[in-house]
Design a protein around this ligand. Structure first.
Ligand code: SF4
Ligand SMILES: [Zn+2]
Length: 400
């Protein structure tokens, strides 16, 4: 039966004008909803350019696979090795892995089990890291692997960081492929994030070198509890780092089974290099939220890193093993921001509180709102050629 006759027959079932109007109205409404769903899904897909599409993940079987040899380790007696990458300096017997679960002693040689095997590959906005002074509103290609050299009780990514690679599905994505996908998708920055990238050092290092050749920027989000030598080797291939400062006391670091001193040492080294740096302090009730600790952290940052390194105070929400604490009160975060302002830090933000005034960036000279943000979205950017468009004050960062 021709389509036209079918449509006429369908409408003849409805005898009154009111019934017909109702049917037409309903069809228009359903059609509109279908169009909107298609349109937004289209946007969603466009937001994943050549990244996780066509990629398939699988649980890795590594026994018979040749693994990438680690950098920075020494061989000891009895086929043991000592990893020299991070503050733990793990001594690892043959056949076993270090604290981070990402590096394995195979027949007396240290190998990376996560090289080229990310468990998470996504496109995110750069604001999510957070980075507020790096290409505002741009995309980053995010790579995360199994393992971590910390064991934070509050970890939001514990399913990656606190498990072995065999307990998850991973992609086969060597460094060349990461860079090619960023390049094909017109993504200006690759970010190693989610778990701590220190434990996938060789993967990050090789990717960073290739990215630099292609003009793609490299960002990593880390606790920076990395030893000085590997840090210095990586910095020439790094554009920007987001550092999680877990607090400013050994007690706060105990919540991550870690230590404060190696982090401060690494931060001082980073500050001496031409690398953009932003600091995040997740403020956790009773763990690191005292005004004295916030003041000590802000003073140290101003003195050792300079007042222009942005400081983000982020809201804790219960996760992993820390579910018996409440989310951080917004008042506590506002007090932390006031303390940092009083100390003389120029760029202070409040994170994980969508819509808060301090999601935005303000000019320290004239007070103009330079970048209007709501959570991870940039609504307006008034920085022109690295300067405040109102008063011309120079705003440090990576703007192109
Ligand atoms: S990177 Fe991993 S194996 Fe190496 S010292 Fe740190 S925790 Fe241990
Ligand atoms: Zn200004």
């Amino acid at each position: 039966m021709p389509l036209k006759i079918m449509i006429l027959k369908f409408f003849n079932n409805f005898t009154s004008e009111a019934q017909r109007r109702w049917v037409v109205g309903s069809l228009v409404l359903v059609g509109g909803l279908v169009f909107l769903a298609w349109y937004y899904m289209g946007l969603g897909l466009r937001n994943e350019p050549a990244v996780s599409q066509e990629l398939t993940s699988a649980t890795p079987v590594l026994e018979d696979v040749e693994l990438e040899e680690a950098m920075f380790y020494s061989q000891l007696e009895d086929d043991r090795v000592q990893c020299e990458l991070c503050f733990r300096n793990c001594v690892i017997p043959e056949g076993e892995r270090g604290f981070c679960r990402a590096r394995e002693n195979r027949e007396g040689k240290l190998k990376s089990v996560v090289y080229g095997r990310p468990a998470a590959v996504h496109i995110d906005p750069v604001e999510k890291e957070p980075q507020h002074h790096m290409l505002p509103g741009s995309d980053i290609l995010c790579i995360g692997t199994a393992g971590c050299n910390y064991a934070c009780n509050h970890c939001h990514n514990w399913h990656l960081s606190q498990r072995a690679i065999e307990d998850m599905r991973v992609y086969e994505l060597p460094p060349e492929e990461v860079v090619a996908r960023a390049s094909e998708g017109d993504v200006p920055t690759i970010s190693f994030t989610y778990n701590d990238p220190i434990v996938s050092y060789e993967y990050l290092y090789d990717t960073a070198r290739l990215a630099q050749e292609e003009g793609i920027k490299i960002l990593w989000h880390s606790n920076v509890a990395i030893n000085p030598e590997p840090l210095k080797k990586l910095l020439p291939y790094t554009d920007s780092i987001t550092v999680d400062l877990k607090g400013f006391s050994e007690e706060a670091y105990a919540n991550s089974e870690a230590e404060l001193e190696p982090v401060l040492e690494a931060l001082e080294i980073i500050a001496e290099h031409d690398v953009w740096l932003e600091i995040v302090n997740l403020v956790i009730p009773t763990i690191n939220d005292s005004p004295e600790e916030i003041r000590a952290l802000s003073e140290w940052a101003k003195e050792n890193l300079g007042p222009e390194v942005p400081l983000h105070f982020s809201r804790f929400t219960p996760a992993y093993r820390l579910t018996d604490l409440p989310p951080t009160p917004v008042d506590t975060l506002e007090e932390a921001a006031s303390i940092a302002e009083d100390v003389g830090i120029h760029y202070i933000s409040i994170g994980n509180v969508p819509g808060h005034r301090r999601n935005s960036t303000f000019c320290p000279e004239c007070g103009e709102r330079l970048i209007h943000r709501v959570h991870f979205s940039v609504l307006e950017n008034k920085i022109e050629d690295g300067r405040c468009s109102e008063c011309g004050h120079e705003i440090p960062g990576i703007w192109k």
